[in-house]
Ligand binder design. Structure first.
Ligand code: ATP
Ligand code: MG
Ligand code: MG
Length: 548
């Protein structure tokens, strides 16, 4: 299949298993718990878990929690929920912070081997003396401290004798390396901060680039898959695994991160949207977070199908957001009940229909999937139709309702517009129509044809509902000089309309998904919806010009 060939990492795994380089593949998904997961993370989750599943390997969920200041258990819990919701089961659940003891011991080993030293320079000084691509770095005055002095200072760093930033531990590699990442990178820093997992046990914390290869090696990860920004770190990754004398040798592979049109995809920026109250939390349906997509109405299957389709490559690209929409339409097409909702209602009185009478009409639940059966919907003298389905002065080829014209009411009868009622300002507030009992849907009536079919809801039984329609949160993708992406917030990203749904919708539960004729697919909002006042989030409209 296409997805097989477009995943170059899968090809590597196949070769490694065939050659006996690895016996079993072990991958990991290693989020930092400093925010909620987004659709970009879903790409990495699917890649890691599906690879291991396919080749009967294992995948760990590992929290890369080496930076206590930004991390929180709320994020840990949300990440677990999101990975499980996507349909994946982790083999091991680990915290990088559980390995702090071993990481410390390995750093001591580096010191003993003359491969690490304590530096008194500030992080700024270290950055400035690291040199550039074209100039070598300068040695720190502390680079040649003795092993004993380094062991002593490092132990005192751990014991809390120094304040934040006062001392760091650096790997001793090569200040003239063409790869700047190898110019004695910092591997430990002093940070007196409370950690969500280890509490106050530590006041020194390992740097991510030192910690990550150790985490992988400790867990026996074979294929450590990360995004392309880390390509330049791979030599240091291998250095750490080798010089720390780890028994296992994980290999790092890089792939291109997912970018989506019209979509902000960075936890830092997403957190800003939450903190600035631009959105209603991390799970706001406008957010590209997994929890936002879930609340909007995306299904795990649709996200996984999307991730398979985009494949795994090393080339930069921006995926059209409409491709994600394509997959939720595909998933819901045969599953979602197709029902009628009137989003911007206009009352219609059917003047020749008996007052006080209600009849129940048969309606199929999904015209493309007969297995979904039928339901009964009420019909009576007063109904609501969509304001858009009527025009007082229609242009040519307008086939919906206008004075004197006849249309079909979906699942019901033909009606003809006889009279238009307006308010003092000339706004249309009601239509008075007649119906023809002969034309009942399903009766086999062939006497005459009409060109327009419109949807409706019986007024006396209708349930008032709110409909939330979404547009992208950010209007322009490019950030201009000196501007924040917050300057490009789309003021119309959320529109809330009041309308009506069929009475059976009272029974809908949060998370249930429906197709409303012509309006698209909607999800019952799991937080705000109640049976008396349902709230529907539009997942996606019905059609798109987009082709996969
Ligand atoms: P962000 O930059 O959005 O804050 P991050 O890379 O800092 O994300 P991590 O928690 O470090 O977030 O990510 C966990 C894993 O998810 C990493 O292996 C990372 O490479 C991967 N990942 C993050 N963003 C994307 C993306 N847009 N596409 C694919 N993989 C991603
Ligand atoms: Mg990050
Ligand atoms: Mg990261």
């Amino acid at each position: 299949t296409k997805s097989l060939s477009s995943n170059f990492i899968k090809n590597i795994v196949v070769e490694d298993l065939a050659s006996g380089k690895v016996k079993e593949i072990v991958t990991r998904f290693p989020p930092e718990p400093n925010g909620y997961l987004h659709i970009g993370h879903a790409k990495s989750i699917c890649l890691n878990f599906e690879l291991a599943d396919e080749f009967k390997g294992r995948t760990n969920l590992r929290f890369d929690d080496t930076n206590p200041v930004k991390e929180d258990v709320e994020y840990v819990e949300s990440i677990k929920q999101d990975v499980a919701w996507l349909g994946f089961e982790w083999d091991g659940l680990f915290f990088a912070s559980d390995y702090f003891g071993e990481m410390y011991d390995r750093a001591v080993l580096l010191i003993r081997k003359g491969l690490a030293y304590v530096d008194d320079q500030t992080p700024d000084q270290i950055r400035e003396t690291r040199g550039t691509l074209t100039s070598p770095g300068q040695d720190s005055p502390h680079r040649n401290r003795s092993v004993d002095e380094n062991l002593d200072l490092f132990a005192r760093m751990k014991a809390g004798e120094f304040s934040d930033g006062e001392k760091v531990l650096r790997a001793k590699i090569d200040m003239a390396s063409p790869n700047v990442n190898l110019r004695d990178p910092i591997i430990y820093r002093v940070l007196h901060a409370h950690h969500h997992n280890t509490g106050d046990a530590w006041c020194i914390y390992p740097m991510y680039t030192y910690a990550h290869p150790l985490e992988d090696a400790i867990e026996g990860v074979t294929h450590s898959i990360c995004t392309l920004e880390f390509e330049d770190q791979r030599p240091f990754y291998d250095w750490v695994v080798r010089e720390c004398e780890m028994p296992a040798t994980p290999r790092q592979y890089e792939f291109a991160r997912l970018n989506l049109t019209n979509t902000v995809m960075s936890k830092r920026k997403l957190k800003l949207l939450v903190d600035e109250n631009v959105v209603d939390g991390w799970d706001d349906p406008r957010m590209p977070t997994i929890s936002g997509l879930r609340r909007k109405g995306y299904t795990p299957d649709s996200i996984r199908a999307f991730c398979r389709e985009i494949g795994v490559t090393r080339s930069f690209g921006i995926v059209d957001e409409r491709m994600l929409e394509h997959f939720i339409r595909e998933d819901l097409k045969l599953k979602a009940l197709r029902t009628m909702a009137v989003v911007q209602p206009l009352k219609v009185v059917i003047t020749n229909y008996p007052e006080g009478q209600t009849e129940w009409l048969d309606a199929e639940n999904n015209s493309e999937n007969p297995d979904m059966g039928h339901r009964q919907i009420p019909f009576s003298r007063e109904i609501y139709i969509e304001q858009d389905d009527f025009m007082d002065n229609p242009p040519p080829k307008y086939f919906r309702l206008f004075p004197g014209n006849e249309v079909r009411l979906k699942h019901a009868y033909f009606i003809k517009c006889e009279e238009v009622v307006k308010d003092a300002d000339g706004n249309v507030i009601e239509l008075r129509c007649t119906y023809d009992p002969e034309t009942k849907s399903g009766s086999g009536f062939t006497g005459r044809k009409v060109k327009g079919t419109i949807h409706w809801v019986d007024a006396s039984n209708a349930v008032p509902a709110k409909f939330r329609l979404y547009e992208p949160l950010i209007t322009e993708e490019a950030e201009e000089e000196g501007q924040s992406f917050l300057d490009h917030i789309n003021p119309n990203s959320l529109q809330v309309l009041d309308g009506f749904v069929e009475p059976a919708m009272k029974e809908a539960n949060g998370g249930d998904k429906f197709q409303f004729f012509r309006h698209g697919y909607f999800n019952v909002d799991p937080k705000d919806s109640t049976s008396d006042a349902p709230v529907f989030n539009r997942i996606v409209s019905l059609k798109s010009s987009f082709e996969v």
